[in-house]
Structure formats: C-alpha cells, structure tokens
Design a protein around this ligand. Sequence first.
Ligand SMILES: [Zn+2]
Length: 593
Amino acid sequence: MSDFILVAVAWPYANSEIHVGNLTGSYLPADIFARFQRLKGNHVLMVSGSDSHGTPVTVRADSLNTTPLEVYQSYHASFLELYQKLGLSYDLFTSTHTENHFKVAQSVFLALLQNHYLYNERQQQWFSPSQNRFLPDRYVEGTCYLCGYTNARGDQCDGCGSLLDATQLIEPRSKIDGTTPELRETEHFYFDLGALEPVIVEFLKLRESYWRPNVLRQSLGQILADGLRGRAITRDLDWGIPVPVEGWNGKCLYVWFEAVIGYLSATIEWAQITAQPEAWHNWWTNPDSRTYYFIGKDNIPFHAVIWPGQLLGVGEDFVKIFELRSNKHLVLPYDIPANEFLNLEGKKISGSRNWAVWGLDFLNRYDPDALRYYLTATMPESKDTDWDWEEFVRRNNDELVATWGNLANRVLSFAYKHWDGLVPNPGELRTEDLELLELVNAGFQSVGEQLEAVHLRSALDEALRLAAEVNKYLDRTAPWFTIKSDRDTTAKSIYTALNAIDSLKKFFAPFLPFSSEQLHSYLGYSAPLFGSQFTEPHADNLGEHTVLRYQPSLQEEQWAPGKFKSGQTLRKPEPLFKKLEPGVAVEERSRLG
Ligand SMILES: [Zn+2]
C-alpha cells in the first residue's frame, strides 16, 4: 500500500545566494529522501518556496537601492537555477508572495483569533517622524547600552554580540536617513503559546522515542525548562501579508509566523495548478499521512514548537474558514530531522565575508553528483562537520570514482565489447554468483531502512560497502583473464556483476540521480529512472511568480531488484564521474575569503 508523504523543506530567505551549508543542512537531504520514497512507490509531495517577506529582504533592498519585490524576484530566479542544476526535485517550489499564500496565512490567523489564541498587547517602538513610520529593530542603530559600541544594531550588537532591546539603545538613529527616532506606543497581536503548552508538550512526548536528540533538546527540553510565553506575531512593516483585521493598516504578519504556513499553502497551490484542488487533503487532513520537515538547527523552535502550536491552535477551523467545511484537523509534523551546521575549512561559513562555497559557483566547475556525494558523506546529521577541499578531492577520487564509477564502467564496457552490446546469457549461475546477488539485493532492506530513518550517511556507506563487495567478487572471478580461455564462465561473472550493478544503481539513485539515470540508460532501459524538472510562470493580482515543478516518470522503477535480463541491449557506456587533480584543493582554497 502506498503512503502519503509530505517532504516539507526549509524556505530560503530571498536575500542572499545559497551556499553548501544551506544545501547539506536541509535542501539536499530532503531531495534524497523524496527520491527514495518515490522509488518505494509512495505518494510524495516535496514543497517549499522563497521566503520573500520580512526585514531581511527590505534591508537588502535598501542597501541595493531597489525594491523588496525586485530583491526577492532576483534571488528566487537564482534558487530555481541552482535547484535544477543540482536536481532538487521539488514538486512545487513557489514563494510566499502569492495571493494563495496570503489567503492561507490569513485564514490560519483568523482561525487562531476565533479560537482565542491571539491577544493584543501595547509596547514601545521607535518611530521615525521624518518618514512617518515605525522602524523595525534592524532599522535602528545606536550605541550599545551594554558595551558602549557605537554602531550597534537594534536587534543585536556586533561589538559584544549581545541580543539587544532596541528601545534601550543610546543615541538612536534611523538607518534609513540618519534622523533621530522617538519612542511611541504601538499595538501588536501575540500568539498565546502559553495556553497551548500542554497540547504542544503532549505532541512532542508522542515523538520522543524517534526524534533526533538535538531537535528534542530545543523543543521539549526548552519547554520543560522555561515554559512557553506569548510571542508577537505582527510587525509595523508594509512589505508582507497584511493583518486581516480592520484598523490594522500598515501592519503585517511577522515573517516567521507566515513562512511556516507556506508548507500548507504550497501544497494547496500544487493541488490547484495540477487541476485537482481537493488533493491537498491527502497530505494535510489524512491522519495516515506523514509529514517530514527538513531544516537546519537554527530553525528548530519554529518548526518543532511554534508551527505545531499553530496547527493545534487552529483545530478544525482552518478548513472551516478556508473551504467552508469542518471536522478536519490538520496533520502534525511526523518528523523533523534537523541537521547541524557544516563549517568550511574549520571556520563557520559566512556569506558576508565570502567564507563560503556557493552552490551555483561550484556547479560551474564540477558535476552535481560530485557535490551531492561529498555533501552526503559529510552531512552534519548528529554534529557539526567540516567542508575540506582535500577531503572533497579524496572522496571523489577514492570512493565515487574508484569504488563505484569504475566498477560500473569497466563491467559495462567489457560486456559491451565482448558480447556485441548485449547482456550475456549466463546459463546456470554458480553458487558464488547467487551468493553475490543475494548479498547485494539485501541492500534493498539495509540501505532502505537507513533511508527510511533519514540516516542518509549510513545509507550511502552501506551502498558503497555493497559496491566494494562486487569489486571483491570481480577480483575473485577475474573475468578480464578468463575471457581468453573460458567464455561461458566469463559470461556468468559478467552477467552477475551487471545484475548487481543494476541493483546498486537504485541504492545510489536517491543520492546520485544524474549518474544513476545515465547508468540506467547504459544498462539498456528505455523509460527513465526519474521524472523531470521544469519551470512555469504563474500570475495573480500580486504579479508573476515562476515556480519549479517535477513531473514524475510514468514508469517509475521500484525499490526492488529490476527486470534485468540476458539479451537486453546495452548502450555504449561513458565514465560516470571525473577524477580530480590533487591541485584542485590548493586552487579552491585560494578563492576563499
Ligand atoms: Zn555591545
């Protein structure tokens, strides 16, 4: 029976390019998991989009002397380019700046309001008389009241690193025009997380046995230690989703409150553009569906506490308000396999200091599967890990090329040459052949279990271990020598090795989709292993937004040994991967910083 699985992927802020830390933190593991679940025959939906609102985008727009809309659109376009080049198979990658998302987010807000989980509170905030507007914390600078640093930002001091209360800044000035702001009273909506604490704790305890320790620490652990308090969910800002209450002009939903709602709104948008408007219910109101959230560790509280709080708080009322129906609860997160951070050559990645390996820049020089391989092998699943250029070269050459790529290439080339491009007829297989096939095909269980548990490094290690077993088998049976004297025996060895490679191809496929697709074709299959990605423009009253989509393959292969037969026509193989020169590490290091 196939399951409904939602692969919900972190929304990148549309105010900077994507680096390898972002990729391995959430986007790549999500794609590996989605591709695996599709091979298993499940109903997978992988969604995300550009997080286009909030002060990070407006501050960037001000610094570039342009509009937030233009900033978001230009980064959105570069995300789409990167995701296609790296093969991130989003069923829908959209944006938060769509009419649909506005409506869904406002419906969630109204359901919480109706259920009494929102309240108002007055507070002091800096106001710019010259611009006649309130200034978000990032728009005010001044002297730090803790250390005396004169260029402290309203939210944080770069002098002492402390988080600041913007209203206490000494000699404040507006970042926009340098004028002196004054404190005025403003009113905001607060999300009453305190009232939801018991049900949030209950939700977390049900998942305690299988969630990652770091995720539990930052959710259940934090709540049990400190409890939950209300959080402001509106801002005095005009770039974003308007608060859907009369008299609240000029205020927006806080970007974090609305961005997490994007998982729901993107599913609804996907259902609409694929002309099956009801289909979103399969993932969101079906109690048997499983939702996985792929995020970095900095986003854990928002996904493991606040978002479940929103879902619990709306109860059945989201569906009531949005679709005029009732009796449908929204599905709570099943798992949140958040990753730790990837550092670069021993130091924290910093985009602003250019201490980063940028996704698009990397792919101008190397193949996507080489990046996917190295990022999986070093994925920070349980602790911070490090990108090291020498390690990248070593793993590429010793593991990807030597253990896997050469195995596939030399067996295929040999078969292609000696059997006229056909899979040889082995006659009856020997015990050692059957043993190898049994050993390798056990990977559907062992690699599959690790993938299912989102232990992606272990899954890749296991696939590589099985490839090494096939290499050992070839050392023992030595078809390159037996061909001179015993063609029948050689046919058995080569047939067995090809068959094993056909299975290995599937183990590697979620990690290495490009080379696995190539290999699939060399092995003589005509229908592709995977579907295809494409972009398409959509327009609404907020403007045009281009989305990335994925069209699944019609004859998707299954997570089981293939229908590989003797007599099948092979295609002329080419090497799957490129060996790298040792000088690469030195050259790449000189680009940094
Ligand atoms: Zn300070």
